[in-house]
Ligand binder design. Structure first.
Ligand SMILES: NC(=O)C1=CN([C@@H]2O[C@H](COP(=O)(O)OP(=O)(O)OC[C@H]3O[C@@H](n4cnc5c(N)ncnc54)[C@H](OP(=O)(O)O)[C@@H]3O)[C@@H](O)[C@H]2O)C=CC1
Ligand SMILES: N[C@@H](CC=O)C(=O)O
Length: 328
């Protein structure tokens, strides 16, 4: 049986999710790809943490050890921040290793560079998991963009913020309690300031903008506000009026310029985002031929995010499998 050798960069919420998904869906992947996906190495930061990883898998704090795994074909990157993720993925691409990332902070800034580099080296760069967790918005947009033009994208793209606002409204718990719960559930970033300040949603908005419009707005021109100023009293007052706070990203093009905002808004029952609750994300796209549609689903967490990464793996290696098949 052919083997696809894989490595994980990071073994936190997302890395563990990918590890689990590759095990639980082994047969499905084997049938699809005609190959066993084998995790050969895991890169971590803290060598003293206890990990539930098969003893025959290399665990290391040195990226060189990962790069030196003989026959390594794919890297799943699920670490934190612009660096060292960008450098690691650059080096992997230069070695002809396929890369799949969940790291939106890194990808918002360097996605274009990595995609161009991938093309140069004949390597695929999967980034579905960077935006909206398990919701397949990247592959949907790629498919649509073959013919359609995208006019506008609007939606909830941070699971932690939506979860906090929902918990404050529906269970009347405090902002801090709700945030702690989001952290325990694995939704929040290592530093949750990024979620509640809107920075995380901002990065995802930049990734969507790059894909949909081929460019990003000037970052400092984007109206950016998180959910930290929304009080428990405001949430309950809104509820009395049948209104809900939602943290919404909005991007569209006006006279060739990209306009974007990422901020909380109050919505009423008729708004498409009114019923999007908990960790769910929802993205409404306006496309030239299709018109308006909305994708909704879990925007954060271990298995939804792993789903996005493993779907990227499936896409990359089904194409490779087809390329290797003799033409009739
Ligand atoms: N949580 C989620 O729902 C989602 C997260 N993401 C993104 O995925 C990435 C991972 O998120 P998540 O799993 O939640 O984060 P965690 O904080 O749970 O895990 C991060 C992992 O990365 C490792 N790590 C961090 N820095 C380094 C480094 N410099 N070198 C080697 N290893 C490092 C940590 O090592 P150690 O274990 O030793 O501390 C840990 O295993 C982030 O970029 C995040 O934005 C994307 C979509 C959803
Ligand atoms: N912290 C992020 C995780 C997914 O991208 C979020 O809450 O949306």
């Amino acid at each position: 049986m052919t083997i696809i050798k894989a490595a994980l960069l990071g073994y936190g919420t997302v890395g563990q999710g990918v590890y689990t998904a590759l095990k639980t869906h082994r047969q499905q992947l084997k049938k699809l790809l005609g190959a066993e996906v084998e995790i050969a190495g895991v890169l971590i930061k803290d060598p003293n943490k206890k990990r539930d990883i098969d003893p025959d898998i290399l665990i290391t704090t040195e990226f060189e050890d990962i790069l030196n795994i003989p026959g390594l074909q794919v890297i799943f990157e699920a670490i934190v921040g612009e660096e060292p993720g960008f450098t690691y993925l650059n080096r992997a691409i230069e070695k002809g290793i396929q890369v799949i990332t969940a790291n939106k902070v890194m990808f918002a800034r360097y996605g274009k560079v990595l995609l161009q580099k991938g093309q140069k080296y004949g390597v695929s760069v999967g980034y579905e998991a960077t935006t909206a967790g398990g919701v397949p918005i990247i592959r949907t947009l790629k498919q649509l963009l073959q013919v359609n033009k995208i006019n506008r994208i609007q939606g909830i793209v941070n699971g932690t913020s939506n979860f906090i606002l929902t918990e404050m409204r529906s269970r009347g718990i405090s902002f801090d309690e709700a945030l702690q719960l989001a952290q325990r559930n694995g939704y929040a970033e290592e530093d949750p300031t990024s979620d509640i300040s809107g920075k995380d949603a901002f990065c995802k908005t930049m990734i969507l903008s790059e894909l949909a419009f081929g460019k990003q707005p000037i970052w400092s021109d984007v109206e950016l506000e998180g959910i930290t100023s929304i009080t428990e009293e405001q949430v309950q007052q809104a509820l009395q009026l049948n209104l809900r706070y939602k943290h919404v990203a909005d991007i569209y093009q006006e006279n060739g310029t990209i306009k974007a905002s990422v901020k909380p808004i109050l919505v009423g029952e008729s708004h498409p985002l009114f019923s999007v609750d908990g960790v769910d994300n929802a993205i409404t796209v306006e496309a030239s031929l299709l018109g308006r549609f909305t994708l909704t689903g879990p925007g954060a967490g271990k298995l939804p995010t792993a789903s996005a990464m493993v779907e990227d793996l499936a896409d990359i290696f089904t194409v490779k499998k087809r390329e290797l098949q003799p033409s009739i």
